[in-house]
Design a protein around this ligand. Sequence first.
Ligand code: TXA
Ligand code: MG
Length: 315
Amino acid sequence: MNSLVIKATSYLREGKVVAFPTETVYGLGADAKNPQAIQEIYRLKMRPSHHPLIVHIAQMEELAEWACDIPQAVYKLGALFWPGPLTVILKKAPGISLALTGGQESIGLRIPNHPLALALLKEFGRGIAAPSANRFGRVSATTATAVQEEFGENNSFFLLDGGQCQVGVESTIIDMREGTPIILRPGAILKEEIFSIIPKKIKFKPKNSPRVPGALASHYAPITKITLISSVPHFLDQESPRLPCALLMRGKRVLRRKKNIDYVCMPPEPKAYAFMLYQTLRDLDKKNYHRLVIELPPNEPEWETILDRLQRAAT
Ligand code: TXA
Ligand code: MG
């Protein structure tokens, strides 16, 4: 066993917080059954206490420890997508603390697909509650350096470095309490993929529900103001920025130089784009641009999650 995983486990056993990599983004984890440790996550993240945490587990057999009335469809989805970027919302089991669930009777559960996350979960042998390792409302961290920048160097938590997260955007969250998926947050797994397994109508959650902060209009936001544009040539024709801005577009293009505009090439393909997105926003945030101008992705299913995150970052 990796000695850093053993050290991280001892932190968790002492009720301390461990930042760890998952395939989506870094998590800020603690023993999900230790109320003080949970409090510490909320304090570090500066997150309002009514926003629930996802509990990360090592295997499906553990679901029943946290949830009750689990529909069969959950096991079907789990068999296909776990370990992986899918979070299911279920009815919480009777003994589970409301402090963990933001005062709600439901609980979010997922089995992450990262070797260090799985090693940590197995070594610890208990559920790890973990929100994304960023301050409330900010861009999620996809590298250990980004976690450090987010919280500062002198922190009480242990940071397990697992390199850059391969997926780069958060898990898809589905409410499965009725046995039929309701998408609460689009994520790394497309709704079409879920739909192909559970062939029932997928409802989208009505807007303005307070339950999922990842669903707040303004979230995943860098400090620099973002403007979304639908056409790069149109923008270049119409605007002559007076202050420096970065223009993020999909794929390489030969464009004329224009004063106060730096071109940033993003990958033309959605998975590669997702991998780069948060790190690019963080890097650009450090460069004192007046604005980040971002070309909207096409209105296609594979781009849905990226579009969602861009729109929230721009709000
Ligand atoms: O990919 C991910 O999901 C990452 C990694 C670390 O696993 N985690 C993550 O956690 O994005 P967080 O806390 O930043 O976002 C999780 C979302 C929150 O918006 C939270 O409100 C929602 O999940 N959530 C958690 N439990 C819930 C519940 N019982 N009911 C409704 N929403 C819930
Ligand atoms: Mg988050």
